[in-house]
Design a protein around this ligand. Structure first.
Ligand code: FAD
Length: 372
């Protein structure tokens, strides 16, 4: 049995690695460099609790399941790659600076408390005890102790090594030009006009997943690119924040490699990946309002990535009515967080032919059922 995965981002690499571990012959075809698209630009927050809105309860449970799987995932990754990646329980603080913010985070707090999440309400001065670099204008905050983060860039390196160590084949600069389907089942994919045979194909092309020719019209994943810009500052003694600060319209995320990430814009700009003055200005201004001492920090770099945003902002993971055609895309703002659950569950599904209960409701059929 041979599986081809289209796309060498965090989703393709992790699913490929798990399949290769099960003894399946796997090839990952990546049109550019593996692990250099959205998965590279990402901040690496694993924040199911801080991230979720009121309407996202199914997604929240999937994200929380994935966070639970992270320790097992990282241990296996260490065994197969020799690279140790820490699950950093940095904790996350959501500060309020005026009455509007206060009302907003009070609603978030009430909702989270109602569904049994461990959240704590802090006064302004308590918030500054937790994170002393917060602005003295902070009037109150929500504290979420067990949200976490990882070094996603190191994780991508480890995944490439683990995948190859387990027998997988990674081909970079190999753009899939077409998916070939014969009599309702997968036949293979075209590279340079030649059909490479496969029993199954997983579409893990991130923001480009809808662009791959050959997918039947009624199964095209409704995924679009959602541009995100981040600024990498360099922490020094003038600002050594240790907690994730999620202020209105900006987050500040201290990384163990010495960066302080300010992110992220959310823009509908097609496939444009140009950093722009307006968004960078806005992130800096919002970041400075929350943590004034970022003012003197050096700017290291700016990164731009394209999130694969589905129509309902939930991931699209699972099989389709074409035998052997699977999707693993649309992870939008949570692709790093959702990596373990996607990789473990989808690899079991592809290898065994038995669908995953955990992924129930996240398949492509939820979109095309709407129109029939
Ligand atoms: C600024 C920013 C911050 C983020 N922060 C976080 C965060 O803190 N936490 C979190 O959980 N998530 C975060 N995300 C979201 C996360 O990055 C994405 O959900 C995740 O990286 C998606 O992974 P992917 O493998 O699907 O896509 P990608 O990493 O984009 O990989 C897809 C790959 O497919 C390849 N490809 C496409 N078409 C073809 C083809 N025809 N042939 C061959 N290859 C092809 C592309 O070249 C690309 O390498 C962030 C995203 C951005 C942009």
């Amino acid at each position: 049995m041979k599986t081809i995965i289209i796309g060498g981002g965090i989703i393709g690499l992790s699913t490929g690695w798990q399949l290769a571990k099960k003894g399946i012959e796997v090839e990952i075809l990546e049109k550019a460099s593996a692990g250099r698209s959205a998965s590279w630009a990402a901040a690496g927050m694993l924040a199911p609790q801080a991230e979720m809105g009121f309407e996202d309860i199914d997604l929240f449970y999937l994200c929380r399941k994935s966070l639970e799987l992270y320790p097992k995932f990282l241990e296996e990754l260490y065994n197969d790659s020799g690279i140790k990646i820490e699950l950093e329980r940095t904790g996350c603080i959501l500060p309020a600076f005026d009455r509007d913010d206060s009302e907003r985070i009070r609603r978030l707090y009430d909702f989270r408390e109602k569904i049994g999440m461990p959240v704590v309400w802090l006064s302004g001065s308590e918030a500054r005890e937790v994170e002393p670099f917060l602005s003295p204008r902070c009037t109150g905050a929500v504290w979420i102790e067990d949200d976490a983060q990882v070094n996603n860039r190191l994780m991508l390196e480890a995944l490439k090594i683990a995948f190859v160590n387990c027998g997988g084949k990674l081909y970079e600069d190999h753009e899939v030009e077409k998916i070939n389907i014969t009599n309702g089942r997968i036949d293979g994919v075209n590279i340079h006009g030649i059909n490479i045979k496969a029993d199954s194909v997983i579409v893990a092309g991130g923001a480009w997943s809808k662009q791959i020719p050959g997918i039947p019209k009624n199964l095209l994943p409704p995924v679009r690119p959602v541009k995100g810009q981040i600024i990498n500052l360099k922490l020094n003694d003038s600002c050594r924040i240790t907690k994730v600060v999620r202020a209105p319209d900006v987050y500040l995320l201290p990384k163990s490699d010495g960066r302080l990430i300010l992110g992220a814009s959310v823009e509908e700009m097609g496939y444009d990946v140009t950093p722009t003055a307006g968004e960078i200005f806005r992130l800096l201004e919002r970041g400075w309002e929350a943590v004034p001492s970022i003012y003197d920090l050096p700017i290291e770099s700016i990164d731009v990535g394209l999130r694969p945003g589905s129509r309902d902002h939930m991931p699209i993971v699972g099989d389709s009515e074409i035998e052997g055609l699977f999707f693993a895309t649309g992870h939008y703002r949570n692709g790093i967080l959702l990596t373990p659950v996607t990789a473990f569950e989808l690899s079991k599904w592809v290898a065994s032919g038995h669908s995953s209960e955990i992924l129930n409701g996240f398949g492509i059929s939820r979109f095309y059922k709407e129109t029939v």
